[in-house]
Design a protein around this ligand. Structure first.
Ligand code: ATP
Ligand code: PRP
Length: 213
């Protein structure tokens, strides 16, 4: 039976292609430059589909892809419903953090019980994080460049990914809380695992052996 693996262009693909290569899997053409959304591979019966990073869990949840590679940040936001998550692939590592302008006294604002405006694309995760801490927030949904929001008065704080910290430093922001460490996970449709076990299980084992860390 044919097996479909969902990947996202950009960072995930950059790090997933070498991992696939270590597992002996090569796309039929360069996925980064190809305009095709479905690519064959050298492994018989395995094809790749290329979707937006935030859409990977949805494709796998509905069985349009049997497997996928998704960042824990986006999985947490999706909720993980209907997804089996057998492997931490250890790629695209970063941290989901709360950050503020260098001059903003976050500790004092929280202590005073101030209502904070927080810009993020991780609305669900941010809501849970601040609710658990008892911090009152108004969440503002952005789709990118979150680091700009505190600089132009749109928000007091942001919830965003931090890796090297270069983006925060370049914009005079600093981390005040870490919400979770992030890496990419292999996600699997549970029905695919049951019905296509003889194809899916060896693939999981192969990717498990090829991961680093
Ligand atoms: P799109 O390009 O579709 O808007 P995106 O910006 O979320 O999506 P990427 O920036 O490629 O796409 O991020 C995909 C995933 O890679 C994220 O969900 C996260 O898990 C991880 N990631 C993002 N930024 C970094 C980073 N700076 N360092 C390490 N991993 C990261
Ligand atoms: C991600 C993230 C941060 C940045 C953090 O953006 O949204 O802005 O990386 O990485 P750093 O700590 O190493 O600077 P990305 O570069 O993927 O751009 P994007 O806005 O297209 O997601």
């Amino acid at each position: 039976m044919a097996i479909t693996l969902a990947l996202a262009k950009g960072r995930i693909l950059e790090e997933a292609v070498p991992l696939l290569e270590r597992a002996g899997i090569r796309p039929a053409e360069d996925p980064e430059s190809s305009r095709k959304l479905i690519l064959g591979t050298n492994r018989e019966g395995l094809r790749l589909i290329l979707v937006r990073a935030a859409d990977v869990p949805t494709y796998v949840q509905y069985g349009a892809a049997d497997l996928g590679v998704a960042g824990l940040d986006l999985l947490a936001e999706h909720g993980g419903e209907g997804l089996y998550q057998p492997l931490d692939l250890g790629i695209a590592r970063c941290r989901l953090c709360v950050a503020v302008s260098e001059g903003f006294d976050y500790g004092a604002a929280v202590k005073q019980g101030a209502r904070l405006r927080v810009a993020t694309k991780y609305i669900g995760t941010a809501r849970e994080h601040f609710a658990a801490k008892g911090v009152h927030v108004d969440l503002i949904h952005l789709y990118g460049s979150m680091e700009l929001a505190p600089l132009v008065g749109l928000a007091d704080a942001i919830v965003d990914l931090v890796d090297t910290g270069n983006t925060l430093r370049a914009n005079k922001l600093r981390v005040v809380e870490e919400i979770m460490p992030v890496s990419s996970r292999l996600i699997v449709n549970p029905a695919s695992l049951k019905l296509k076990r003889s194809e899916v299980a060896p693939l999981i084992a192969l990717l498990g052996a090829a991961r680093r860390g």
